[in-house]
Design a protein around this ligand. Structure first.
Ligand SMILES: Nc1nc2c(c(=O)[nH]1)N[C@H]1C(S)=C(S)[C@@H](COP(=O)(O)OP(=O)(O)OC[C@H]3O[C@@H](n4cnc5c(=O)[nH]c(N)nc54)[C@H](O)[C@@H]3O)O[C@H]1N2
Ligand SMILES: Nc1nc2c(c(=O)[nH]1)N[C@H]1C(S)=C(S)[C@@H](COP(=O)(O)OP(=O)(O)OC[C@H]3O[C@@H](n4cnc5c(=O)[nH]c(N)nc54)[C@H](O)[C@@H]3O)O[C@H]1N2
Ligand code: SF4
Ligand SMILES: [Mo]
Length: 751
């Protein structure tokens, strides 16, 4: 084993803890938290110990693959692959237009440079429509944030007096830096409080001061009742609403009419507990909130997000220490705005430029002239992760041309015409743009980490920067003539490069569309082989410094114009333990929020809020259980790790069930049941657990992947959750799926 500890990050969830590893040959043999990391500060959870299962998966790809007529794949060389992929897309584009080529991807939990380079290929092809995993979780929340604040806001749990988690289990799923130590601090301090709204007694709920154990799918009632208490007992922060808000009267009127007792009963929570929680929130000096899949992938998804935000906005928990603050965004591009355009076939809303993932099959499986004809998919596994896998596979098979860029032969790659093998996230420079912000106690800071590779690329694989560079070249969107002056300038230094780039872009504005691969090709080589795939970050750092110059200066950088961006980028290159890229006093939040005021009323959602009163509980005797299809556990990480051996403690990915249900069904822990939904059937191994409410069962996410055994024989382990879900079960507004709320029937197979 090599002696040296190498700095990198864990890529298994969005917080990307900084880690240090020792390699043994091509194996990641030892892992520990990186104490010097600016955001994670030495923290890492148990999953990081197992990242070698990702790095050395048995089904990693080592050559481009082309589908034969009989459906099997053959290996081809890279030149052939790039030529044929470019030709295949051009054929579709020439026949049906660039808007018929649909892009799905942009990166997973640890790798967003994929999306930066993919953007160049998309533009070179004239793609118009795209989507990714965010369009089946966060788009509703993004739109609500956009409407209320005009910017994204982030929690500051480090210094919050009260922390509220709604449909979120941060002990297992994290979602913010150093989640477990922060939860422990909150739980241990008698002057602070932890509130959890979740039907399951999760690890987080076990620690909580208040657990509102809602009946699955009834959060809109619970949240509306909480807001009803706030308004009807006059606990809202009137001075804050007057000074920092607008349009509050309509929503306050609607909330003043909420029948609190009735809604508490509907949600299965005690009214006195609801009142106590609201009193605790109202008297706190600061409260931070985090909503996640438990309410986003459930009935009233977008409305839930609105109600959750009203709880902190009406109590004045915005723009101060320990509360919600507007964060800087490294990509700066993201907005939850509704596009003017809707999806070409079904006319579905497009939020943040993303088509709802649930409608993708409908946009393909039709004879509509504007249907999608081809797809480019990278670093996501929609044939597994999007609702109704059978229908998603059918849709992929109906397309004229499908190309997948991935490290492994995924469920989606199996449906492609060509699969292009990327090198792993430990074999190239990578980064994410997930908010790595934190509350310092005096300011709100944001950080960024550019990782260097710790291993040579697996032979036959390429980093995405190179794959897209070659594709864009083959598409004819970037020529030798375009790049020559930039190569020359790069040799003189990055500041000279910045000036030359401005000149080249003004002369050849079309190159703006393929900017990231232009940077990869011309700036990348002078960054050194290790950092070439990080070249697009230079452009991002420049743009970030231009957009947030004051925040970047407060983080300790100086310079004017491109020199400020250059100083920032230089620090990013030199600090593998991450860099604080912006620092904002809390008051800065009011400069980020549109017009400096919170818009309290979202008229589109008021009718839905009012109609809760008349909603009949959906109870189908044929499907008496509510299935949470895809829970986060100690051994789940989406589909990033494919080898089921990585979860020795839960090898089957068991179905959790309350013991009462178990005895009624005559099944014990280890027994087998059939889970039946309107869309599919699967067999699962049961684990009885009183953390589940009676009538509520849960399967993990990311299981049921195909994987080869030592002899190369493929097997499937656990249930693929989306074999059980349906595309039409989705939010009326944002189109987000109800994965946490699938009606199911359970039959015992073996007790
Ligand atoms: N270990 C691990 N961590 C991960 C991931 C992973 O795969 N594994 N994935 C990452 C990703 S992509 C994401 S988006 C996040 C998601 O993180 P979370 O949203 O925290 O994950 P889930 O476990 O899917 O769902 C959260 C909670 O919703 C609860 N729930 C179910 N139904 C309801 C309901 O009707 N109401 C309420 N209030 N709650 C309900 C469940 O009991 C569960 O505790 O996790 C990230 N972190
Ligand atoms: N039923 C149900 N469905 C769900 C969920 C649920 O809770 N229940 N959760 C949803 C949520 S919140 C999410 S975020 C999605 C996640 O689902 P997806 O968005 O599909 O993402 P991942 O499973 O994270 O897939 C990441 C892919 O990237 C590949 N990869 C890894 N490293 C690299 C690399 O360096 N380059 C390239 N090109 N590829 C790489 C991996 O092999 C894998 O195929 O699933 C969603 N689907
Ligand atoms: S799984 Fe998430 S919390 Fe755990 S070490 Fe990896 S990045 Fe950190
Ligand atoms: Mo997610």
């Amino acid at each position: 084993m090599a002696d040296e500890w190498l700095k990198t990050a864990c890529i298994l969830c969005s917080v990307n803890c900084g880690i240090e590893v020792k390699v043994d040959g091509r194996r990641i043999a030892r892992v520990r938290g990186d104490r010097a990391h600016v955001a994670s500060r030495g923290y890492a959870c148990e999953k990081a110990q197992r990242i070698d299962f990702y790095q050395n998966g048995r089904d990693r790809l080592t050559a481009p693959m082309r589908r034969r007529a009989d459906g099997t794949f053959e290996e081809i060389d890279w030149d052939t692959a790039i030529r044929e992929v470019a030709a295949g897309f051009l054929k579709v584009r020439d026949k049906w237009g660039g808007e018929s080529i649909f892009y799905y991807g942009g990166g997973g939990q640890g790798n967003h440079l994929v999306g930066s380079y993919g953007a160049s290929t998309r533009r070179a092809l004239g793609c118009v429509y795209s989507s990714n995993a965010l369009a089946q979780e966060k788009t509703g929340e993004f739109w609500v944030e956009h409407r209320m604040f005009g910017t994204a806001v982030r929690a500051g749990f480090e210094h919050a007096e009260v922390a509220v988690f709604v449909g979120k289990n941060p002990w297992q799923s994290h979602g913010f830096q150093r989640a477990r130590p922060i939860l422990r601090d909150l739980a241990a301090d008698p002057n602070r409080a932890l509130v959890v709204i979740d039907p399951r007694r999760t690890e987080t709920a076990e620690m909580a001061d208040y657990h509102l154990r809602v009946r699955p799918g009834t959060d809109a009632f619970c949240l509306a009742a909480m807001l009803g208490v706030l308004v009807q007992e006059d606990l809202v922060d009137r001075a804050f609403i007057r000074d920092h808000g607008e349009n509050s009267s309509e929503i306050l009127a609607a909330l003043s009419e909420v029948p609190i007792a009735d809604y508490c009963a509907r949600a299965g929570v005690s009214e006195s507990l609801v009142r106590n929680v609201v009193h605790r929130i109202a008297r706190a000096s600061s409260v931070s909130f985090f909503e996640d899949l438990g309410i986003e992938q459930a009935p009233h998804s977008t409305l839930n997000s609105y109600l959750e935000k009203l709880l902190y906005a009406l109590t004045g928990n915005v723009g101060k220490r320990g509360a919600m603050n507007a964060a800087t965004s490294l990509t700066g591009m993201f907005s939850g705005a509704l596009s003017d355009r809707t999806s070409p076939v079904g006319g579905h809303r497009i939020i943040g430029n993303l088509i709802p993932a649930n409608v993708i099959p409908d946009e393909i499986l039709t004879d509509h002239p504007r249907r999608f004809r081809a797809m480019l998919i990278e670093s996501e596994n929609p044939a597994h992760s999007v609702a109704d896998s059978a229908r998603m596979r059918e849709a992929l098979r109906a397309l004229e041309f499908v190309v997948v860029i991935d490290v492994a032969m995924t469920e989606t790659a199996r449906e492609a015409h060509y699969v292009l093998p990327a090198c792993s996230q430990y074999e190239k420079s990578e980064a994410t743009f997930f908010g790595s912000g934190f509350d310092t106690g005096t300011d709100f800071a944001n950080s960024f980490t550019l990782r260097a590779p710790i291993l040579e690329p697996l032979p036959g694989t390429l980093p995405e920067g190179e794959i897209h560079r070659r594709l864009v070249r083959a598409l004819g969107a970037m020529t030798d003539d375009d790049v020559a002056p930039l190569h020359a300038a790069a040799a003189k230094g990055r500041l000279a490069y910045a000036l030359e780039l401005q000149r080249v872009l003004s002369e050849r504005p079309r190159l703006g569309a393929v900017m990231t691969v232009l940077l990869y090709e011309t700036l990348g080589p002078v960054l050194g082989a290790a950092y070439q795939n990080g070249a697009s970050v230079w452009g991002i750092a420049q743009e970030f410094a231009r957009r947030y110059a004051d925040s970047v200066r407060r983080a300790g950088f100086s310079g004017e114009g491109p020199a400020l961006g250059e100083a920032l980028f230089d620090a990013i290159l030199k600090n593998p333990s991450g860099v604080v890229v912006s620092v904002d006093p809390y008051g800065e939040t009011w400069r980020r929020i549109h017009r400096g005021r919170i818009d309290f009323t979202i008229p589109e959602l008021i009718p839905e809020l009012r109609s809760l009163r008349d909603e009949q509980p959906a109870a189908d005797p044929e499907f008496p259980f509510v299935l949470s299809a895809g829970q986060r556990r100690s051994s789940t990480a989406n589909t990033i790790i494919r080898d089921p051996k990585w979860r020795p403690k839960d090898p089957h990915g068991s179905l959790w069930m309350n013991p009462e249900d178990g005895s009624r069904l005559g099944v014990r822990t280890g027994g087998r049941v059939r889970v039946i939904t309107k869309r599919g059937t699967a067999e699962a191994v049961v684990e009885l657990s009183d953390t589940m409410l009676p009538g509520h069962v849960a399967l993990p996410n990311g299981t049921g992947l195909w994987y080869p055994d030592r002899e190369g024989q493929e097997f499937q382990s656990g249930v693929a959750p989306n074999e059980l879900t349906a595309t039409e079960d989705r939010d009326w507004f944002a189109g987000t799926p109800f994965h946490k709320h699938v009606a199911a029937r359970i039959e015992t197979v073996a007790s």
